[in-house]
Write a protein that binds this ligand. Structure first.
Ligand code: IMP
Length: 446
């Protein structure tokens, strides 16, 4: 397999970083295809926890090139800091390459992000998105408006000043912006320090494909946060789908071999927006506590609830998943029963199984219908050791049943199971001839 896309199937934080890091052991390139410093990919190494925000997971592996791709909005001062932190800890083992086409996220975007979310909340207290306030929405908006700044501009002082001049003229509604001259100077300096890493990454990847190198496209954020197909307006401003990964890397669709959807064994969400299976009672608290559900970027407590198979079916159809990685199954260990949502009942009495209403308000009123599956034992160290030694056959039979139900309900085989945060706590299952995405789509209409 040459090109594998790794996409989040829920609302983010499914442990995509851990799965990408696992797969990166056999890859030559890992490419972050969208988002920016809103992401926080946690990877547990023997040396300690690493949280990557703007670098691709590949930078932690010797011989791997980690590309921060053209679909990203990159905060140059923060990415430089991230590189330096890894270097200081002796953990920067791969190579860092930054796309010259990636857009620059500026301090003024962070100010504008806060201004926008406050404005929404002022107009209607329920309408705040609860963004990460890292400037993502405004940076993508400026990209679409064509007055954005790109990494390539940082090394061209005259062009940079001209473009910033226009950009500043569009921000007269904001206060507290740094003087433009200071910013031109700071950006020029960081640009010249980063310059050796800034390259046209699309041709780098096309050449790699021609050589038969293995490439992983590492999605950030997730399908249900997609600006078009997520729970608009409670979404991010990029396309964290398989299609978005292609636009965000410059790799054509004909080169993709596999699309891996990553989902937790339950559901979490940070920020506002509809979440039909959210549990604000004891079960939600249990998931938050045992799953350690706190945002890796903002430290906010995540909202928690049971697995939502309606959303997974939707994500499977949208992304064309060829297999799933199901993570954090250990968190549910020890429960008598594990509820999974198999359909919604809508306020008008109709049911929904594989489509989501386009109105977030309607989705917020959907009542989940649960199937209760038998639980599996806790994952003590001895059980984990057995799984490491014997592989999938050491998984509890009730957990296998849970995984099979996911496949029955989505048409997508489960290929990876994560049973702890460590690098050696992921196993690969035999998927043997699971349905292709086309067969999967046909199954929905049958
Ligand atoms: P933004 O991406 O900062 O604009 O935030 C928009 C929404 O996406 C908010 O609800 C955020 O909490 C959510 N979000 C953005 N990035 C992530 C992520 O990496 N994990 C989980 N949620 C995220």
């Amino acid at each position: 397999m040459t090109v594998t896309v790794v996409v989040g199937a829920q609302f983010g934080d499914e442990a995509k970083g851990k799965i990408t890091d696992f797969l990166a052991a056999d890859a030559q390139y890992v490419v972050r295809t969208g988002g920016g410093p809103n992401a926080g990919h946690s990877i547990h190494l023997a040396e300690g926890l690493v949280i990557l925000h703007q670098l691709a997971a590949g930078v932690l592996r010797k011989g791997v090139v980690g590309v921060s791709g053209p679909g990203m909005v990159i905060q140059p001062f923060a990415i430089e800091q991230e590189i330096q932190d890894l270097e200081r800890r002796g953990l920067l083992r791969g190579e860092v390459v930054l796309s010259d086409r990636a857009h620059v996220l500026l301090p003024l975007h962070e100010i504008e992000d806060g201004w926008q979310d406050d404005l929404r909340a002022q107009k209607n207290p329920g309408a705040g998105i609860g963004t990460t306030r890292r400037g993502i929405g405004p940076a993508y908006a400026d990209r679409a408006a064509r007055w954005g700044i790109r990494l390539t501009d940082l090394t061209r002082p005259a062009i940079l000043r001209e473009r910033l001049d226009v950009l500043y003229a569009t921000k007269t509604h904001l206060t507290g912006l740094p003087p433009m001259d200071t910013l031109v100077g700071d950006l020029g300096e960081v640009g010249s320090r980063l310059a050796p890493r800034i390259r046209p990454t699309e041709s780098l990847l096309w050449d790699a494909i021609a050589r038969g190198d293995r490439i992983l496209l590492e999605g950030a954020q997730s399908a249900l946060l997609d600006v078009d197909f997520g729970t608009y307006p409670y979404v991010t401003s990029s396309h964290p789908t398989s299609a978005g990964a292609l636009i965000g890397s410059g790799i054509p669709p004909t080169e993709v071999d596999a699309i891996l959807g990553v989902s937790k064994a339950y559901t979490t969400r940070v920020g506002s927006g509809p979440f039909p299976t959210e549990d604000t009672g004891e079960s939600g608290e249990f998931l938050r506590r045992v799953g350690g559900e706190r945002g890796a970027t903002t430290g906010r407590a995540r909202r928690c609830g049971w697995l939502d198979l309606v959303m997974l079916r939707y994500a499977a159809r949208l992304n064309g998943f060829t297999s799933f990685a199901i993570t954090k199954v250990d968190v549910l260990g020890g429960l008598d029963e594990v509820p999974v949502c198999v359909q919604y009942v809508m306020p008008d009495g109709s049911t929904a199984r594989d489509v989501l209403p386009s109105q977030a308000d309607d989705l917020a009123k959907a009542q989940p219908v649960y199937e209760r599956l038998p639980g599996w034992p806790e994952f003590h160290e001895r059980a984990k050791e057995r799984i490491r030694r014997e592989g999938a056959r050491a998984l509890p039979s009730t957990l296998r049943r849970f995984l099979t139900r996911i496949t029955e309900e989505t048409g997508v085989p489960v290929e990876f199971v994560g049973f702890g945060p460590g690098r050696d706590e992921t196993i690969r299952l035999e998927v043997g001839g699971g349905p292709s995405s086309t067969a999967g789509l046909a199954a929905w209409t049958g």
